[in-house]
Design a protein around this ligand. Structure first.
Ligand code: URA
Length: 220
């Protein structure tokens, strides 16, 4: 819960900055453990995320894109962060990249999209589709950790380097680690290319197809 503690302190500092403070020697509150706990049910967690103002992204988002799918899914897909279409609709992966992801799920894994759970590292759109900053990602991670704890998937597919990096702490290039299976506590993690990358680089679809076939074999 160190992330959340830091996030609450950051929020306090942003508040002071907005009030015109350039520096502070104020003693900031030390939060009680109960203040730092995120709720354990999905409904309560969604409610908390919808009202979240812990980072800068909350100022420019239209909708919080929490995630969607089967709350007991065996497979979870984690992307980077919502784009414009997702920000408008409040749903993850519904633009062109989402169409490709849906095809990967339904035409390679042969399961309906509604059977898996899909979410992102950050739940609010980074302006101009830039990658989330480390502060934004770390501030948002407790929501993802709670989603994983609640859903308990057997397999998590990290879509792209950003998702892989924040799920593991490893900064390896996606080209080096895609297609390998990592044993995490409670689930297996496999990274593949982000669907947006595949739209820009269709020749990489072959490798992504191999990765999804590996996921399919791990489902048995
Ligand atoms: N890209 C992402 O990483 N996530 C989305 O939800 C949409 C596009």
């Amino acid at each position: 819960m160190k992330n959340l503690h830091n996030a609450l302190l950051l929020k306090q500092l942003y508040g002071l900055k907005q009030m015109g403070y350039l520096y502070t020697d104020l003693t900031l509150p030390s939060y009680r453990a109960s203040d730092l706990q995120l709720p354990s049910t999905m409904d309560a967690l969604i409610k908390q995320a919808i009202g979240c103002h812990l980072c800068e992204l909350s100022k420019t988002r239209k909708k919080v894109v929490f995630g969607e799918g089967n709350p007991h899914a065996a497979i979870m897909f984690v992307g980077e962060g919502p784009g414009a279409t997702e920000d408008d609709s409040g749903r993850p992966f519904v633009g062109r990249a989402g169409e490709l992801l849906t095809n990967m799920i339904e035409k390679v894994l042969f399961i309906p999209r509604s059977e898996v759970y899909i979410t992102n590292i950050v739940k609010c759109r980074p302006p101009n589709n830039r990658p989330p900053s480390p502060t934004e990602a770390h501030t948002c991670l407790p929501y993802l950790q709670k989603q994983i704890e609640t859903i308990q998937p057997r397999i998590i597919v990290a879509l792209g380097a950003t998702a892989y990096h924040y799920l593991t702490g490893d900064e390896s290039k996606i080209t080096q680690i895609r297609g390998s299976v990592l044993e995490q506590s409670g689930y297996k993690l496999i990274a593949t290319y982000h669907p947006s990358y595949l739209l820009r680089n269709p020749s990489a679809k072959k490798e992504a197809f191999e990765d999804m076939k590996l996921v399919k074999s791990m489902m048995r």
